[in-house]
Design a protein around this ligand. Structure first.
Ligand code: NDP
Length: 507
């Protein structure tokens, strides 16, 4: 994103954080270079060695303290999320603060069983036994976007600590202050200060982090940057998790509860000003319910209150970044030029701040960019389809596959459709909120990314999985060791035929 922030917001060697709802500066951070990043990784590595030596239960107990401090200072964190991220207070609480507090509590309670050594039953070599054990990776580099500047990086960071790692976090240049606030809470929770490093800067700082000797990288951001990160990690053979873009389809079946579907889609399309990787980004509505669905979504969209959440009660806050408003405007204008109709909103809001009106587009077609490219703004494009088959085909006609939604009253049918949709997660009759379920995996297929965060899978990815194989009975030697003998060969061949060949009883 680097050069994209308003040039006026950038002074040499520093980055100014802007309140997107007012356009006013709210703070300044250094734009750190490679030397500072290397020093941060080295400090985290030193602290990590002591941290990893603590029993897992002790680490869990100490990290749980972060949730306590976070909740005791929740209003201060929410206030900063509103000022730096442009979000509403409800979103700052529900989508950022509570998500992290719950995740910390969940993993602090369950990590000991999730990371306990796991036996691997051997089906053939019964005289031996295997087990897996999970060892901290070392220093994890967390590179984060601006749309959820607290819940995304701090969730990953806390899971990394529980797994026994140190963390160096590179927040987005758009939202650095909230990362520094998280570090402040970490220190207030009496956790080892050096274990958690925050390196502020632009894209170059993120690239420098990958080059600074980290042992694992958790990247969340766009597909374009994700490819660069994957290449840089590949060159250094650093394992990584990539959480990239989404283009979540909502398939609305003929038998759906239309009131619930309309409310869910409206919230799923406009929450956080549509800047959610899981946002409802395209709707395929079966023709029998299309008009009624459009009417309900349009009515709700027109009733939403938009504005500076720091100054008044609003439903839709500001967008976090001026260039994102330009992207949204380009996509909406192009869709209108190609025949889409504006049912609500349709344009950027005049005056100060970065706002795009909650927008509903109808008569959309699959070839429009608004149906194919990630919008990442408060826009719900709707397309009429003949039936569910067409809806599923179009839902899968995308290079992205993070989240998808199905609305139907028939749960079994919903599951059958869900299993055919190419996405990391498909929700039936609901939207967005599995990110708030730390026990479920989060991640995409196709260009939406590689690997999973959250859940047992995400926690174990933050560890090296190592395998120990040991004897169960003391044998002098194995039959396949030296010296090789014809008699042993014959016996083994007979045994192998018996085991793997055509079974005599099935002749
Ligand atoms: P970007 O890809 O622009 O940036 C993500 C992070 O990478 C930022 O911290 C950025 O720094 C940094 N960065 C930029 N260039 C490099 C580089 N060469 N090497 C290493 N790091 C670099 O994404 P956005 O911040 O614009 O976030 C929006 C995107 O994130 C959307 O596509 C959205 O779908 C996706 N996303 C995915 C999620 C998921 O769970 N799958 C969740 C949330 C968002 P800087 O900002 O300073 O340039």
């Amino acid at each position: 994103m680097g050069a994209a922030t308003s040039p006026s917001a950038i002074a040499a060697g520093t980055i100014t954080s802007i309140n997107p709802a007012t356009g006013q500066p709210i703070g300044e951070v250094p734009d750190m270079g490679a030397d500072e990043v290397r020093a941060a990784v080295a400090a985290a590595r030193t602290a990590q060695k002591d941290w990893a030596r603590l029993p897992l239960e002790t680490r869990c107990r100490r990290i749980a303290r972060f949730a306590e401090v976070l909740m005791s200072r929740a209003e201060e964190v929410i206030d900063l999320l509103v000022r730096e991220g442009g979000k509403t207070r409800m979103e700052a609480l529900g989508m950022e603060v509570v998500v992290v507090a719950d995740l910390v509590r969940y993993f602090a309670k369950h990590a000991p069983e999730m990371l306990a050594p796991e036996p691997v039953p051997l089906h053939l070599m019964k005289h031996r036994a295997s087990y897996l054990h999970f060892v901290p990776r070392g220093v994890v580099g967390v590179i984060a976007p601006w749309n959820f500047p607290f819940s995304i990086p701090i969730g990953e960071t806390m899971m990394s600590f529980i797994a026994g790692n140190g963390v160096v976090l590179k927040p987005s240049e758009v939202t650095p202050l909230i990362a520094l606030k998280a570090k402040e809470l970490f220190v207030a929770a009496d956790l080892p200060p050096d274990l958690f490093q925050v390196v502020t800067g632009r894209g170059g700082t993120g690239a420098a982090l990958i080059d600074a000797g980290i042992n694992y990288c958790v990247f969340t951001g766009s597909v374009a940057t994700g490819k660069k990160v994957a290449a840089a990690c590949g060159e250094r053979l650093i394992p990584c998790t990539l959480e990239l873009g989404g283009k979540a389809p909502a398939v609305v079946c003929g038998d759906a509860d239309i009131d619930r579907a309309a409310q869910a889609i409206t919230w799923g399309g406009f929450a956080n000003s549509g800047q959610v990787c899981a946002s409802v980004e395209r709707v395929y509505a079966v023709e029998s319910i299309h008009d009624s669905l459009v009417e309900k979504i349009t009515k709700q969209a027109r009733e939403l209150r938009q504005g500076d959440a720091g100054a008044q009660d609003v439903d839709v806050g500001a967008m976090a970044w001026d260039r994102q408003v330009d992207n949204v405007e380009t996509l909406v204008d192009a869709a209108i030029a190609s025949g889409a109709t504006v049912a609500a909103g349709g344009k950027r809001r005049a005056g100060a701040g970065m706002f795009f009106e909650p927008t509903v587009l109808v008569n959309c077609t699959q070839d429009m960019d608004v149906m194919r490219k990630e919008i990442f703004g408060p826009v719900i494009p709707i397309m009429k389809v003949q039936n569910e088959e067409e809806a599923v085909r179009l839902a899968n006609d995308s290079h992205l596959g993070l989240l998808a939604y199905v609305f139907t009253r028939d749960r079994e049918r919903g599951k059958r459709l869900a299993e055919r949709i190419e996405a990391g997660t498909v929700m039936i009759n609901d939207v967005l909120n599995t990110y708030a379920c730390p026990e479920t995996p989060w991640g995409g297929v196709k260009h939406s990314g590689i690997g999973r965060t959250h859940s047992l899978l995400g926690l174990r990815d933050l560890c090296d999985t190592r395998h120990v194989n040991h004897d169960r009975v003391a044998l002098g030697r194995e039959v396949w060791w030296y010296p090789y003998k014809e008699g042993t060969f014959r016996a083994l061949l007979r045994g192998a035929r018996l085991l793997f060949g055509k079974r005599p009883w099935s002749r």
